[in-house]
Design a protein. Structure first.
Lengths: 278, 395
């Protein structure tokens, strides 16, 4: 992993998280609700019990109406990065490297942005990364077959959650999103697939061995591959449908295209913003 | 163990063949993938090939091997010994018509017996043989001898009534015939009837399907007259536990002459002799009504006083050596010896006289060859050979 390169990139980026979904208290970012910042938010009618210091007496003098002046909320969002570390993510070295680099970049940007990033490794079980991510993340290897389908850890309520995975859960995206998005401000998936997974080139009579277990004897030909691609497209559509309305949705990256291409996808999809406009 | 068809054991060679096929059945190249579920259902599974692989589908292999073993076992027809003899089952079916009586369940006893036989015969080994004899005044061979199971079963398809139409008889004759047919070795004799038959030979087993009902009645009543006078001999039977019954002796017009309380033994007979001092011309015997008696029809009997019959005999005094005969005749009740031939019913000797109805019994050498009656000819005793008994009616 090129940690220096990531840190340099992070200085020019920030997270485009949706403040309307944030529900935490004070922080460095403006929230969607009313709070105690200096920035004006809106007016509302006075209710008995409201602090009289918040009454806009100027308005009262002009209109005789008691209105309360409200200010925008300040928030400090928490970013939960859930990195799929199941064996399917290690199917190729490029795939696993790109997943970790995306995870590191998002963590670095979040730190710079004032968010509090926390990285979860979802392999045999879902556990938080022990120790500073800059030291731990490069050392991680793939293990286990549960991935995102495993038990849900105790995630911070209201946090922004980003899944970094190939999304190849047999049960589809909807149950995964339903479990992991519970109590989240928003949720998105950075899907990393290899070219072979998108468009398999092998053919002939094959015994397909799933790296996470299971085998299937099949004669692969054009029709089989076409059927595979259609099923993959339906599978991704399922993920998109599940993520719809919960954030930026699914960001599709190709492992062999490298980190720079993936960054472009993250920017284009709106998960990251470049300082001075993307 | 003996195999009827030894060549069938070559079928066992199929087992290593099956194992080999299972070892070499997959020829597919391995290809690791991440999302196996996206490949859908297998297009081809199995198939033979040349690449040896680890054994898979163990249950399938075991099932195929077991199937092959079962086939070989069936074809080889193994058995433990050739000495197993076929058993000859001889069934004596009580043919009395009372077996058509219905039980509480509405089925006839005979029908039930036939059903039982049918069920028993269906379970017999193929090699066993069956003989069915219906008892009666003359026993009848219905199945066999030594019929196959199928033949015997088909013989039972006749109407039930055709098996049970015989009057009162003793099944001993049929049992004797069965024992004769059974021989010494493996024959098994079964008596199928509606009741237990005491005193059956040890070799004969019994299948009884009748239904016991409580009942007592007069089975024998005789008016006896001899030198000791007149008396009644009665036999009463009791089916069920021991009990007391009242016997009423009446005149036919209903005048009660005597009332007796009789203790009847459980499931047994009671013999009774009653002297008649002043006998009337007829008597009616009646058991007092009893609600527990299931068959009151035999609770009464009407007896007529037997007529006194006297036979008069004259013995020719000229014949010597007939004193023992005179003594015998004198001791017989109803025989009166006369001193003269006139009026005698039977004249022994050559004397003339007597009426046209008189019988003459002559003793002595006849003019021609002796005419021996069947009894004498059969016995062939010396004394009868010397003397010829000629009896004829003169007139």
């Amino acid at each position: 992993m090129r940690l220096g390169h990531l840190e340099a990139l992070a200085r020019r980026l920030h997270l485009a998280l949706d403040p309307r979904r944030q529900r935490l208290g004070v922080g460095a970012r403006m929230g969607a609700g009313a709070g105690n910042s200096l920035e004006f938010h809106d007016y509302r009618d006075y209710q008995p019990g409201d602090d009289p210091r918040l009454v806009d007496w100027g308005v009262y003098a002009r209109t005789g109406q008691l209105l309360l002046r409200r200010h925008r909320q300040e928030i400090a969002p928490r970013l939960e990065l859930i990195l799929d570390a199941s064996l399917s993510m290690g199917a190729s070295a490029e795939k696993w490297l790109l997943a970790r680099e995306c995870c590191g970049l998002l963590a670095a940007v979040a730190e710079r942005d004032g968010s509090r990033p926390r990285i979860w490794l979802a392999g045999e079980s879902c556990r938080p990364l022990a120790g500073p991510w800059r030291e731990e993340l490069p050392r991680q290897v793939c293990a286990g077959s549960l991935g995102l389908a495993g038990p849900v850890p105790e995630l911070s309520p209201g946090g922004e959650r980003i899944l970094i995975s190939d999304g190849l859960a047999p049960e589809g995206g909807e149950p995964v999103v339903r479990r992991l998005a519970r109590g989240a401000g928003s949720i998105a998936l950075v899907q990393i697939l290899s070219r072979a997974e998108r468009d398999p080139a092998f053919a002939g009579p094959l015994r397909l061995l799933d790296v996470e277990g299971g085998a299937l004897d099949v004669v692969v030909d054009d029709a089989t591959r076409q059927a595979y691609r259609q099923r993959l497209a339906r599978h991704q559509a399922g993920w998109r449908a599940a993520l719809a309305g919960r954030g930026v949705g699914l960001i599709d990256c190709v492992a062999e295209e490298g980190f720079e291409a993936a960054l472009q996808h993250l920017l284009r999809q709106g998960l990251l913003l470049m300082d001075g406009g993307a | 163990m003996i195999f009827s068809n030894l060549w069938a054991l070559f079928g066992l060679l199929g087992i290593p063949l099956l194992v080999g096929i299972h070892f070499y059945r997959h020829r597919f190249r391995e290809q690791p993938v991440s999302g196996l579920f996206l490949w859908g259902r297998p297009l081809v599974q199995g198939g033979s090939g040349r690449k040896r692989e680890q054994l898979r589908g163990l249950w399938s292999l075991l099932a195929e091997c077991l199937g092959l073993l079962a086939l070989v076992w069936f074809l080889a027809d193994p058995h433990f010994s050739d000495q197993q003899p076929a058993v000859h089952h001889l069934v004596v079916l009580d043919g009395h018509e009372r077996l058509l009586a219905r039980r509480d369940d509405g089925r006839s006893v005979g029908g039930q017996l036939l059903e039982d036989l049918r069920a028993t015969w269906r379970g017999l080994p193929d090699q066993d043989r069956i003989t069915l004899i219906r008892s009666g005044l003359r026993p009848q061979l219905i199945v066999g001898p030594l019929a196959t199971r199928e033949e015997a079963l088909s013989a039972l398809d006749r109407p039930v009534e055709s098996f049970f139409a015989q009057p009162v008889h003793d099944p001993v004759t049929a049992l004797d015939l069965a024992a004769e047919l059974a021989g010494e070795a493996s024959g098994r004799v079964l008596l199928a009837s509606d009741r237990p038959w005491p005193g059956l030979p040890e070799r004969v087993s019994l299948l009884a399907r009748g239904q016991v009902r409580r009942h007592c009645g007069l089975v024998d009543a005789r008016w006896w007259r001899d030198a000791q006078g007149e008396r009644l001999h009665l036999n009463l039977v009791n089916a069920g536990p021991a009990r007391q019954r009242e016997l009423l002796i009446e005149t036919p017009d209903g005048t009660l002459l005597q009332r007796l309380k009789l203790a009847l033994p459980a499931d047994g007979l009671r013999n009774l002799t009653l002297p008649l001092l002043y006998p009337p011309e007829s008597l009616r015997l009646r058991l007092a009504p009893d609600t527990e008696d299931q068959l009151p029809i035999d609770d009464q009997a009407l007896l007529l006083r037997p007529r006194e019959r006297v036979v008069t005999v004259f013995i020719d005094p000229s014949l010597a050596g007939l004193e023992p005969l005179q003594r015998v005749l004198a001791s017989l009740d109803g025989v009166q010896t006369l001193p003269q031939a006139a009026g005698a019913d039977l004249i022994i000797g050559g004397a003339d006289g007597g009426g046209p109805e008189a019988w003459h019994l002559s003793l002595g050498d006849a003019g021609g060859p002796p005419q021996l009656g069947p009894f004498l000819a059969r016995r062939g005793r010396a004394v009868e050979r010397r003397r010829c008994a000629e009896h004829h009616r003169r007139g």
